[in-house]
Ligand binder design. Structure first.
Ligand SMILES: Cc1cc2nc3c(=O)[nH]c(=O)nc-3n(C[C@H](O)[C@H](O)[C@H](O)COP(=O)(O)O)c2cc1C
Length: 193
């Protein structure tokens, strides 16, 4: 396994506001990371889930080391990556810590199941991916967690929840296709004329 770390001293005057402003343009799919088992469970809303490799199936997620989920992910060595549907905005807000709910309280009001690892997986998520921690790389304020996929639970739904410009947006294949059709019809006419 190769690991290259370069210690780069600050050479530019980029402020945190500059960086945040730049990253607001990146549309992120919203997921909930779940950890623990039984009553010792918690979770958090993230946009940092991303596929790492298909063979073997692995994904990465970047977790703040201060987040209450990290000690449970570290201790148990498993986590769930639940990719949220557009109508699961309330779940996203609960797991972002809105209303001050903590731990198991965040799971109320939604249905959960378990698969191989035993971490809670959200029923109705677009995909709920059961993972074992393969590697965790602590860097700056965050830890990059590499998860090996153990099992997958999928839903037939497609409308996704995304985060863009500091707000939640729905990405709906059918609605967006309809909107594109509206735009493309006049264009097609213009070209024909
Ligand atoms: C849309 C959205 C995306 C987020 N993405 C991340 C992320 O990728 N990594 C992270 O560490 N925190 C992320 N957060 C913040 C965590 O959800 C939040 O800090 C956590 O749930 C609360 O921490 P606690 O469990 O310690 O109370 C995000 C929050 C929101 C609203």
């Amino acid at each position: 396994m190769n690991s290259i770390v370069r210690n780069i001293t600050a050479i530019s005057g980029i402020s945190t506001d500059d960086f945040r402003g730049a990253m607001r343009h990146l549309t992120g799919g919203v997921s909930v990371i779940t950890a623990g088992r039984g009553k010792d469970i918690t979770g958090m809303t993230v946009t940092s889930v991303s596929s790492l490799s298909v063979e073997p199936p692995t994904l990465i997620v970047s977790i703040n080391r201060e987040a209450s989920s990290w000690p449970l992910v570290k201790r148990h060595g498993f986590f769930g990556a639940n990719i949220l549907a557009a109508d699961q905005l309330e779940v996203a807000e609960r797991f972002a810590g809105k209303d001050g709910l903590k731990g198991a309280e965040r799971f109320a009001g939604a249905q959960w199941t378990t698969r191989i690892s035993g971490v809670p997986l959200l029923v109705g998520a677009l995909s709920a991916i059961d993972c074992a921690v393969e590697q965790a790389i602590e860097r700056h304020s965050h830890v990059i967690v590499i998860g090996r996929v153990l099992d997958i639970q999928r839903s037939p739904r497609t409308a996704a929840l995304a985060y863009w410009q500091g707000r939640y947006v729905a990405v709906d294949q059918d609605e967006d296709a309809a909107r594109l059709a509206e735009v493309s019809v006049p264009l097609a006419h213009a070209r024909a004329g």
